[in-house]
Design a protein around this ligand. Structure first.
Ligand code: FES
Length: 102
């Protein structure tokens, strides 16, 4: 289990190992766009991970390529639909509140 904290709401909840950040965030009733339903194709689930990056699955090629195409991407960027919780660290994410995808 990892404790996930979502900014700006400040809501915290537990997420089991193996679930995506997108699934965990939606299950907690937070709003996060996911126009391609988790296929790394739209970029609308782009978030910043402020703490606990090592507690997430590594960035795979599809995610990297999609992130490359998004404006406003930084070193903390992940696609929530691709980042899986490893259960080893607590994680703090920031929902960006704008459609940064294509
Ligand atoms: S939901 Fe489309 S890239 Fe994550």
């Amino acid at each position: 289990m990892s404790l996930i904290t979502v900014m700006p709401s400040g809501k915290s909840f537990e997420a089991a190992e193996g679930v995506t950040l997108l699934a965990a965030i939606l299950a907690a009733d937070e709003n996060l766009s996911h126009n391609c339903e988790g296929k790394a194709a739209c970029g609308t689930c782009h978030i910043f991970v402020h703490e606990g990056r090592k507690g997430l699955s590594k960035v795979a090629r599809e995610e990297n390529e999609r992130l490359d195409a998004i404006v406003g991407v930084g070193s903390k960027s992940r696609l929530a639909c691709q980042a899986k919780v490893l259960g080893t660290e607590n994680i703090k994410v920031e929902l960006l509140g704008f459609g940064s995808g294509v």
